[in-house]
Design a protein around this ligand. Structure first.
Ligand SMILES: Cc1ncc(COP(=O)(O)O)c(C=O)c1O
Length: 384
């Protein structure tokens, strides 16, 4: 059979190999400590589940508007007001099937074949594939702890190419948890504007900060494409719901794409999400963030004691990006060995790019403290 040429340009999500193998071992009765998943271990909070159940019982099972339910877009607009004191008109908010849907819509809206998008390496793997699917070229910029693992205004100046159309960042980032502050976002915005390019900012881990709340680029400019999601802070990964805030003139284009690609978003998921903004829900969700903070403190200390290098601490999300160079220059192989022999699942650096990826691994602290303690003990025994 002959399939489309574009398939050859798409890389696999390597972490899924580790996950599949971990599941296989678990089915064989092996107790695997999982530090691989990019999703909160907590189930979705009751108020959201109850609201979705109620919607189903009431027969709310039909398509909604392609841009999303109006009351949900209004709640999202209010969130920008209460969380950041920024006015974001409902008209610029588009509800999407997860941040994944928003990222695909963004790539399809901004890119012509051959256009480049500057991305930090390491960074979230699917971005590279979404850009390729739109016919674009991911342009990876190597970043280290010295750059706070993020693109900067200076890096944009240095690496911008003739075909570059956009720079894309995530704050907090996956896999490093590093955050861009107000001044850094401003510098990025200026650098990209000078090149007449677009700035894409993935804010999907907002709400999951450890100290200071994160700044939104929307307090600096209306021209950025901002991605967000109900997956992480709201703990709704499996519901497949996210949103984007876009410049006003982009909305009709995105609406047209969304109508054709998705028709609508999941209706029960949207009714569920509506219940995620109450005081009661916010309290529950903030408590979960505090649990992540405690786990982060434990895991950083324990991993450093074993010999992993974590030069800067994450400021948000639920990941630790660690150098394992003391143990290996083949972190992909080590992740498989760790799983098979120590029964701990960890994500290989290879998933996130090329730069020093063979010496890095990502630990997710999306599992209980008890399980983290067990995982660390196994790692220490195996690596020593
Ligand atoms: C930086 C980043 N962007 C987007 C996504 C996709 O998230 P969603 O579940 O909202 O599609 C992820 C998922 O892990 C992510 O880490």
């Amino acid at each position: 059979m002959k399939y489309a040429n574009r398939l050859a340009t798409i890389e696999p999500f390597y972490v899924v190999d580790v996950l599949t193998r971990a599941k296989l071992l678990e089915r064989q009765g092996v107790d695997v400590v999982q530090m691989v998943a990019g999703e909160p271990d907590f189930p979705t909070i009751d108020p959201i589940v109850d609201a979705a159940k109620k919607a189903l019982t009431e027969g709310k099972t039909y398509y909604t508007e392609a841009l999303g339910l109006l009351p949900l877009r209004e709640k999202i607009s209010e969130l920008y007001q209460t969380r950041y004191n920024v006015k974001v008109p409902v008209d610029r908010i588009v509800v999407t099937p997860g941040a994944s849907g928003a990222l695909q819509l963004t790539a399809l809206t901004l890119l012509n074949p051959g256009d480049g998008v500057m991305l930090a390496d390491p960074g979230y793997p699917s971005n590279r594939q979404f850009i390729r699917l739109a016919g674009g070229e991911p342009q990876l910029v190597p970043v280290s702890f010295e750059d706070n693992y993020q693109l900067t205004g200076e890096l944009v100046d240095k690496y911008w190419q003739a075909n570059t159309r956009a720079a894309q960042v995530a704050t907090p980032s996956n896999p490093t948890g590093s955050v861009l502050n107000f001044d850094e976002l401003t510098a990025l915005h200026h650098a990209v504007t000078q090149k007449s390019g677009h700035l894409i900012v993935d804010e999907l881990y907002h709400g999951l900060h450890f100290d200071e709340p994160c700044d939104t680029v929307l307090s600096i400019t209306d021209s950025a494409f901002v991605i967000n999601s109900f997956s992480k802070y709201f703990g709704m990964t499996g519901w497949r719901l996210g949103w984007m805030v876009v410049p006003e003139d982009a909305v009709p284009h995105i609406e047209k794409l969304s109508q054709n690609m998705f028709i609508s978003l999941s209706t029960p998921a949207q009714y569920g999400a509506l219940a995620g903004f109450t005081e009661e829900s916010t309290l529950l969700l903030d408590q979960r963030r505090d649990v992540f903070k405690q786990r982060k403190a434990f895991l950083i200390k324990a991993l450093r004691e074993i010999g992993f290098e974590i030069p800067i601490e994450p400021k948000g999300a639920f990941y630790l990006y660690a150098s394992a160079k003391k143990f290996t220059d083949d972190s992909f192989g080590v992740c498989h060995e760790l799983l098979d022999k120590a029964h701990v699942s960890v994500t290989p650096g290879k998933d996130f790019g090329d730069y020093l990826s063979n010496e890095h691994v990502r630990f997710s602290f999306t599992t209980s403290m008890e399980s983290l303690e067990k995982g660390v003990e196994r790692l220490a025994r195996f690596l020593r």
